[in-house]
Design a binder for this molecule. Structure first.
Ligand code: SF4
Length: 339
């Protein structure tokens, strides 16, 4: 949906009071209504005019898939130019309702374990297109139970957030504004593959979101094999940028580490990771690998993940294993590819 100022202009031109804009935004953000027809406080002629001239959403849901356990829903959206993106709504055991957003229609970074990196039709999303994924998923949640709220938002879907920096930040500022969702930035996470200029810019934003860095290897050579972007932003420089970021903001940074069988899951890999991640302002999130069917990579088995975690804990590293949802509908990490 458009920013409130846009609605003010439209309403003035239509001879309507400005408070109608607040009524529209409240209906959308607080009640999860995404259709002007159902905002009954608006006069009928205004609803009709809005429908014709100011479409409520910048994207249209095209397909929805729900996981077998009913806890994850993946939505495929089509954008105004026909390109498509995916976003995911997840319900966790502890009651959290988390959503994963896309910020580009593909990704040029080509991480080897990721399906999104294989998509070629690439453009960055506008802030409105990112924001509207939340509007739609919020409406989905409210349709199940009007009292439910989105508790966490992660920018970990299709695309690299720092390759669409300004629109990502604008969408976050809009989500956090009390005019719209009033979402706490502390419940928003931006995940980057390690774009150092983005980390440096974020440190200056005065925006206390969480930063996650996709590390996936604690060794420059191996990291280059898994993530080609590591050639442009070498591990040593990345670690120094992360250190400066947490010193400047006082905020903890997460290292995401996807567990790949016989690639990055040995005792030696755990030792290397411990040597760079042993810091109270760092946290390691081990991610079970989700098969994309696109390469020969395989996931570490559960016992290996457990012993890897133990090895890190013994060295004093803050470490958790991510609960992965939606693997059966290709909605888990690295699987989003418009399928
Ligand atoms: S993991 Fe993220 S940065 Fe890497 S190719 Fe996939 S979408 Fe791009």
């Amino acid at each position: 949906m458009r920013p409130i100022e846009h609605y003010f202009r439209f309403l003035t031109d239509f001879g309507q009071p400005k408070y109608r804009a607040t009524q529209i935004i409240e209906a959308v953000c607080k009640k999860g209504i995404i259709d002007y027809d159902n905002i009954k406080v608006l006069p009928l002629n205004l609803r009709q005019e809005l429908k014709k001239k100011l479409p409520l959403l910048s994207l249209k849901p095209k397909k929805s898939v729900i996981s077998q356990d009913g806890k994850t829903e993946k939505i495929l959206f089509s954008l105004s130019d026909g390109l498509t993106i995916e976003a995911v709504l997840m319900e966790f055991e502890d009651g959290r309702h988390s959503i994963c957003l896309s910020c580009q229609t593909g990704c040029v970074l080509g991480c080897r374990f990721c399906a999104t990196g294989t998509l070629v039709k690439m453009r960055s999303l506008e802030a409105e297109e990112i924001f509207d994924q939340v509007v739609f998923l919020n409406s989905r949640l409210k349709a199940k139970d009007a009292s439910l709220e989105i508790t966490n938002i992660v920018y970990m879907g299709m695309g690299e957030p720092f390759n669409n920096y300004q629109n990502v930040i604008d969408s976050i500022r809009m989500l956090c504004s009390s005019k719209y969702f009033g979402f706490s930035p502390r419940r928003i996470t931006i995940s980057t593959a390690g774009i150092i200029p983005g980390i440096e810019r974020l440190a200056l934003e005065q925006l206390p979101v969480n930063l996650a860095v996709s590390l996936h290897a604690a060794d420059q050579q191996l990291r280059c094999q898994i993530m080609p972007i590591a050639k442009a932003y070498p591990l040593e420089s990345l670690l120094s940028a992360v250190k400066k970021y947490s010193q400047a903001t006082g905020r903890r940074v997460s290292f995401e580490y996807i567990m790949l069988k016989n690639v990055n899951d040995s005792e030696r890999d755990a030792e290397k990771l411990a040597s760079i991640a042993k810091d109270k302002l760092l946290h390691v999130n081990l991610i079970p690998y989700n098969d994309t069917g696109l390469n020969s990579l395989g996931g570490s088995d559960l016992s290996r993940i457990r012993s890897f975690k133990l090895a890190l804990q013994k060295k004093g590293v803050n470490v958790t294993v991510r609960t992965s949802l939606g693997g059966d509908i290709a909605a888990a990490c690295g699987q989003l590819a418009n399928i």
